[in-house]
Design a protein around this ligand. Sequence first.
Ligand SMILES: [Zn+2]
Length: 387
Amino acid sequence: MNTYRGNNIVGVRENNISLIIRLLHRSKSKTCSRAELAEKTGLKQATITYIINDLLERQIVCETGSIEGKMKRRSIGITLCADKYFIISIHITDDEIISGCFDIDGKIYHKYCYNVKSSQNISEIIDMITNAVYDMNNSNPEKNIIAVGIAVSDLTLFGNVDIGKIVMQKTGIPVFTECDANCGLLAEYWHGDVGGCSDIMYVWGKDEIITSMIIGGKLYKNKNTKNGNLTHMCINIDGEKCTCGNNGCLCLYCSPKKIVDNYINLRKKSDILDIKPQDVFLMASQGDHFAVEAVRRSAVYLGAALASAVNIMRPQLLIIGGIYSNGSSAVLEPISEEFTKRLPADYLAKLKIRLSTCFPDDAILFGAAALVIENIIVHPTKYLKTK
Ligand SMILES: [Zn+2]
């Protein structure tokens, strides 16, 4: 299925709006004619005209004057109104709250970081999030902030407390929350090279190993819980005991801590105390053969687990994100080798695999902004008034 093929059935209008906005966002010149949009989406010209008229009324898109199209014909260009609506994006990590201000084309204007102390309770953290929204809003008085996107490692992290609802009540701005793996995938879907694929699996590897999916162009969501968590997937029934109570969990073989342990064991130096997983990945990218081997040993297990995951879900594209995206060939080669051993050749021939390339330090922040675009801009009738 091609991402940019639309559907003329009544009731999928919002899906068509999503296609059009994504096409305008991805267009090199950021401008398309109505005829180009019709050709690329497969939608009828009348459907494009109807949707564009509505988006013009809501000031999501604007006309840019005459552009040259096929056969050197001149036509009116359509582009996203980048200066009309803005989004505040928040990424909550263990030790920081990061906020960003974005336009609806996904361009970042400001970014602030706030340190979180381990002693702070949920109520204090929610106050910090709320203040981060106020700070961003107050420092951009000329910008029309329409919504907030919040990315958190685990939506159940705050127990039964709905942080989105509380922040929305306090600030009066619509808030959308999502787990970080899903936001990482949305960042790739909006900003990365997905080659027209609409069935995409993304792996977010940090302390846990989480997979998220876009299926048929839509983010797959499992309400109130974290889907696609491979952290405690058993890959060795006779393996050592995990803290979760099972044996041979994936995290025992390819967690960031395990990669550090691999490196220390290979160097035969138990006095290397301060090394962090990212240091091992950096050394691996610089060709340090101990670091390459430490990463490779873990990537073999990751590859075996991912072979099972992709064989079940059969995505067209697999993107390796999070900490593993720093591993270059030390990650990709063992995964590809495991896939060759474990996947049917006909499916493997069609499957594309790559490392995440989008905003290595801020993928989740950009993804939380894309989350708002997915929820607000493509549902304009619900959230955005006409002129
Ligand atoms: Zn476990």
